[in-house]
Design a protein around this ligand. Structure first.
Ligand code: SIN
Length: 298
């Protein structure tokens, strides 16, 4: 039996007594997976991992997908994205200010992320926390009229942050090169989406990459998405995770929004990140042609 302690009322659990640097038995991994889908966020403190060990652990959860921002891939394994505000001779050693707004990883891909895992390498003296917002609880609390309204709706997603598209801003999505932008699709996901493993309904990526709703005038769509985002990121749905060195966190992208918090550049913060994909595309979400979304400011 796994030794688990809740992180907060409602979701999240800390796992004790598991060294993920070792090859986990199928039995232990099955318990971790069960706890993961039940708790939505797992934290395993004080791990000591090589890049290969971290990737081996992530592969148990799903197939890793290297991030489009390839200039910060780990030199030993491109599945690891280095998040860091540390400069070396004035040059960045990792991606700074990644995801400093509520979003869902890879919700701009048709086969989105099942999970993201971070491994904490250096922790700032102040700040550096990650926020999580429980989108299952937020969905459950919606009035029935809103559930009925959004049930058939399909949101249009692409890389970016709907609420901040100024590439110079620290709370916009990390800027892409022209070549990277050209590789990013315009796709769709249901606004209220059943979890691909558990089937539980959740609001899905209503903050971040959702820029419109199929068949709805733009102002109306943005207004509805903003209303859902304001509801689903309320304090009562949140948990704030503070890191120690060596902590590993794994979260369920299908049922959570998350946000980095802005760290003072004077305080070093470095984490390794791996994001793994869901198993299969959603059958119900139609593909939207890029031309449908011309002029979106992506
Ligand atoms: C992310 O959004 O993937 C990064 C979260 C963080 O750095 O806290």
């Amino acid at each position: 039996m796994l030794d688990l302690k809740p992180l907060c009322p409602g979701f999240g659990a800390e796992v004790f007594g598991v060294d993920i640097g070792r090859a986990l038995s199928d039995e232990t991994f099955a318990e971790i997976e069960k706890a993961f889908f039940a708790s939505q966020v797992l934290v395993l403190r004080g791990q000591r991992l090589t890049p290969a060990e971290f990737v081996r652990f992530a592969r148990r959860i799903g197939p890793p997908q290297p991030h489009v921002i390839d200039q910060f891939h780990h030199p030993e394994d491109p599945n690891i994205l280095i998040l860091s505000n540390v400069l070396d001779g004035g040059r960045p050693t990792g991606l700074q200010d990644a995801g400093s707004y509520f979003h869902t990883d890879y919700s701009y891909l048709q086969v989105p992320a099942r999970a993201t895992t971070l491994y904490s390498i250096s922790v700032p003296e102040v700040g550096g926390d990650t926020l999580f917002a429980n989108q299952q609880a937020a969905y459950d609390d919606l009035p029935q009229a809103m559930k009925t309204l959004i049930e058939p709706l399909v949101a249009i997603h692409h890389y970016g942050n709907r609420q901040d598209t100024d590439e110079r801003s620290r709370t916009a999505a990390s800027p892409l090169t022209d070549g990277q932008k050209a590789r990013m699709p315009v796709i769709t996901h249901r606004v209220a989406r059943p979890h691909p493993v558990t089937g539980r309904m959740s609001l899905y990526a209503v903050s971040g990459s959702s820029f419109g709703i199929v068949g709805m005038p733009q102002d109306e769509a943005t207004g509805l998405l903003d209303e859902l985002a304001a509801h689903s990121t309320r304090e009562k749905y949140r948990y704030r995770l503070a890191y120690g060195v060596g902590d590993v966190v794994v979260w369920d992208n299908a049922s959570l929004l998350h946000a980095a918090t802005l760290t003072d550049p004077a305080h070093a913060r470095t984490l390794w990140r791996i994001t793994v994909l869901e198993a299969a595309p959603e059958a119900s979400a139609p593909q939207v042609l890029a031309s449908t979304f011309a002029g979106s400011g992506r």
